[in-house]
Design a protein around this ligand. Structure first.
Ligand SMILES: *Cc1c(COP(=O)(O)O)cnc(C)c1O
Length: 452
């Protein structure tokens, strides 16, 4: 299987190279040259446990990794989860299910993809006899998930920049209390934007990048999207057969990576009826799916911070299919969008998508309502999914984070402080962080001194 860029001006790569490269050199995102048709395969997979299903799925894509090696990589990636079902499907009533995606090491759904990505990196280092230094900036969750993907991974080091004093105390602990020697939590004296700007400059220095075999951590890696297809299939196979045809997956959405994965699975022949793109007050995608207009707006910080985005970086993959896989058109639209900050779709094909938007002030009320009605405790991101559940059919709400990560909001909403042993353990460990100025030079110097 080969992987092509959505912009059509980079050479096609094998799986491992596309994963190692991340963003294609032409600025596009990698996608499989063709999607496999699984319509005759998936009905046979109902009895598989999560790692076995993930292996069956991924081996159709990771064709340059020997099958038994891949099976081991996948199995190892989900041993770090603390629920036997990995992605349990919880039934609230006959029309409402929750797919819990927060049983990984950082208690949020990004672990599904990043645990696998970390082990793929580790495998690649071993096979090629090379080291990788991963560098990224975070305003919260992604950094923690990336750190937990690489901690203790031989041949790798990870440097995560975050704005000092501007991530939650728990988020900081998830990054700075791992005790792992290959993890560097860099507390930047400045805002998230200044960290991001410094990072961009460092990655722009081709020499530096090559010398340290720098790799970016971001939501656009091909392996992340593919790994996320698996839990949709796993949930689908666990729905009662009578519910399948009626089921809509409700996806708390930021960068469009999560919902894109479900939609790709549908293109591979799993007959999922529809997806609901559930946004918070940062609603660029809600506006797109209700009006056909894609237009940037300022980000307003919310109670569901991992969905606070301005543009949805994975959207370009959807655009590629929507424009009939015509890479020249993708280039034209992206250039247009970059210039004007907006794009209007003609004949926009979004048949299988619905959308909802949740104002920040509504979040505590929804948490309270879900708790009263079902006795279920939802985190603020998941709460956005519970907004405006459709009155007919069956809803499968993806729960993207554990409520224990957001104690203040939960106490405010239902007077209960959820806890989790993983987070309690963190509170007993020392914080090890490195304060660094927000200048590209200072950050590059730090990386040079500590790179593997
Ligand atoms: C990242 C994240 C999201 C948004 O997912 P996308 O793939 O960016 O759409 C939602 N909820 C939580 C808790 C997250 O960490």
């Amino acid at each position: 299987m080969k992987y092509i860029s959505t912009r059509g001006q980079s050479p096609a790569l094998g799986f491992s190279d596309a994963v190692a490269t991340g963003l294609a050199p032409d600025g596009g995102l990698y996608l499989p040259e063709t999607l496999p048709d699984l319509s005759r395969e998936w009905p046979k997979w109902g009895a598989l446990d999560y790692p076995a299903l993930c292996f069956e799925f991924m081996r159709r894509f990771a064709t340059d990794i020997p099958a038994e090696v891949l099976r081991g990589i996948v199995a190892k990636s989900y041993t770090t989860f603390d629920h036997a079902g990995i992605a349990p499907l919880v039934r609230l009533d006959e029309r409402t299910y929750v797919l819990e995606l927060f049983h990984g090491p950082t208690l949020a759904f990004k672990d599904f993809a990043l645990q696998l990505l970390g082990n793929l990196y580790g495998h690649q280092c071993a096979v090629r006899g090379q080291t990788i230094n991963v560098l990224g900036a975070t305003s919260g969750d992604t950094g923690a998930a990336a750190i937990h993907a690489l901690l203790g991974q031989p041949g790798t080091a990870i440097f995560i920049l975050y704005p000092d004093g501007r991530v939650s105390p728990l988020q900081e602990r998830q990054m700075a209390c791992t005790g792992a020697a290959n993890v560097y939590a860099l507390a930047i004296d400045g805002s998230f934007d200044s960290a991001q700007a410094a990072l961009k400059e460092i990655f722009g220095d081709q020499d530096f990048r090559t010398r340290h075999r720098l790799s970016a951590v971001n939501s656009i890696n091909l392996a992340r999207v593919l790994a996320q297809c698996v839990y949709y299939l796993y949930a689908w196979l666990r729905l009662p057969e009578s519910a399948r045809a009626l089921a809509e997956f409700v996806v708390p959405t930021g960068n469009f990576g999560n919902v894109l994965a479900g939609w790709l699975l549908r293109r591979m022949g799993v007959p999922i009826r529809s997806f609901k793109v559930a946004t918070n007050q940062n609603d660029i995608l809600y506006r797109l799916f209700t009006t056909g207009e894609y237009r940037v707006a300022d980000v307003r910080p919310s109670l569901a911070p991992s969905m606070d985005i301005q543009v949805a970086s994975n959207f370009e993959r959807f655009l590629y299919y929507n424009l009939g896989c015509d890479t020249a058109r993708v280039r034209a639209v992206m250039a247009d969008f970059k210039r004007t900050g907006e794009y209007r779709f003609e004949n926009f094909d979004h048949d299988c998508f619905t959308a909802s938007r949740c104002a920040d002030a509504e979040i505590p009320g929804i948490i309270k309502q879900v708790h009263a009605r079902h006795g279920y405790v939802a985190d603020p991101h998941t709460a956005c999914g519970f907004k405006a559940l459709s009155a007919d059919g069956v809803s499968v709400v993806l729960s993207t984070a554990s409520p224990a990560k957001f104690p203040e909001t939960l106490v405010g909403a239902i007077g209960i402080e959820p806890t989790h042993p993983r987070l309690e353990r963190l509170k007993t460990r020392p914080i090890v962080k490195h304060r660094v100025a927000a200048s590209p030079q200072a950050i590059a110097d730090f990386v040079s001194q500590h790179a593997v």
